[in-house]
Design a protein around this ligand. Structure first.
Ligand SMILES: [Zn+2]
Length: 368
């Protein structure tokens, strides 16, 4: 069995080497039919070697009929079709330069429509660097300093490649929601995200020659969390480190949670709710109630909602109208802290210094 990185290096090096590393991102699912539009629309099979044929139309409808696909009413062989925006005969367009529209998104690269469960699934097949330029705009404010954006670009590239290796051979590697990396297509790009991606092209964080699990979050509140405590990922490069974001007033939060919401989360009475365990960074690892119910901190936050309980670094007290939580930070706290990266960049740190700070022991490699 090849180690993932070996596989990756073989894939990148073996002829015919793909000109660019591509990603397959699940865009959305639809029920009966979907419109795909773009300039000089081309149609092909869903393979890298497929030849594409001009459709002579700017928009087509892909419909599911039983276990078959139809494009503008004509049956298609196979369970997936792939679309590409082509250059018209007189303008020699580069594939991916003109975005395609499908399922409410405008994307670069190709769009695959395939039979999926009872409906259709849309997948964007896109060069990794183009994908990153869009992800970056969704994951970090583009107004952040260039070195912070570059650090985020390397983290997002590493995360994407690691997910690709994990999902190798699957129809898609990543979703487009907050569960993975938020991807909004062409509309999330910005000249500043392009610059950060271009400046770090092909750079990936590795540990023992494999891409690391490059988790990141908005704000740690002053100290990052271990991968083990935050995500059950006991990894040497996800260790608690000090972070300047704790000095920001914006890293503080408070929330009032009703007895009913707590009752639902705890599956029992919240009477006597208290913090009964903390991690090494003083984040809540366990809560307990008077009737002896206990709940894991990560699960507690998940059940109350990640936007309500912004972090596990909190105190709680009972008040007249429910329970009042006050805390610091936003997110699971492991790996790169985005607001911390902003602060370090403003203090003159380079993106390489920022990455070594938040992923101690990881090495930056030029993968392509
Ligand atoms: Zn921080």
């Amino acid at each position: 069995m090849l180690r993932p990185v070996t596989l990756l290096l073989i894939l990148l090096a073996s002829p015919p080497a793909p000109a660019v590393e591509t990603m397959r991102i699940a865009m959305s699912e639809v029920r009966g039919e979907v419109q795909v539009s773009g300039q000089g629309l081309l149609l092909g099979m869903d393979t890298e070697e497929a030849s594409f044929h001009a459709l002579g139309k700017r928009q087509v409808t892909v419909r599911r009929r039983g276990r078959k696909l139809e494009v503008n009413g004509a049956p298609i062989v196979g369970d997936a079709v792939r679309f590409r925006a082509g250059g018209l005969a007189d303008d020699a367009g580069v594939p991916g330069e003109v975005p395609l529209r499908a399922g409410g998104m405008a994307v670069r690269g190709d769009v695959v429509v395939r039979l999926y469960r009872e409906g259709l699934q849309l997948i964007n097949v896109i060069p990794l660097e183009d994908y990153l330029a869009a992800v970056l705009g969704s994951e970090m404010p583009v107004s952040f300093p260039p070195e912070a954006l570059k650090a985020q670009a390397v983290a997002a590239r590493t995360y994407a490649l690691q997910k690709k290796l994990e999902a190798y051979g699957s129809a898609f590697y990543l979703g487009s929601s907050v569960l993975h990396q938020v991807y909004g297509g062409v509309n999330s790009e910005d000249p500043r995200t392009h610059a950060a991606v271009e400046a770090t092209r092909g750079e990936v964080l590795t540990y023992e020659l494999a891409p690391i699990e490059a988790y990141f979050h908005a704000s740690c509140g002053g100290r990052t969390e271990s991968g083990h405590a935050a995500l059950q990922r006991d990894l040497p490069y996800l260790q608690p480190v000090e972070c300047p974001c704790g000095k920001l007033p914006a890293s503080r939060w408070s929330a009032t949670v009703s007895e009913g919401e707590l009752q639902a989360a705890l599956e029992g009475s919240p009477e006597g709710l208290r913090i009964s365990g903390r991690t090494g960074t003083r984040r809540v690892s366990r809560v307990s109630t008077a009737d002896g119910t206990t709940l894991d901190g990560v699960r507690f936050r998940q059940r109350l909602g990640y936007t309500k309980l912004k972090s596990l670094d909190f105190e709680v007290e009972k008040r007249a109208h429910g329970y009042h939580f006050t805390g610091r930070g936003y997110g699971h706290g492991a790996g790169l802290c985005q607001w911390g990266a902003r602060g370090l960049a403003q203090g003159g740190w380079s993106y390489k210094d920022i990455l070594s700070h938040y992923y101690p022991g990881a090495e930056l490699q030029q993968l392509y």
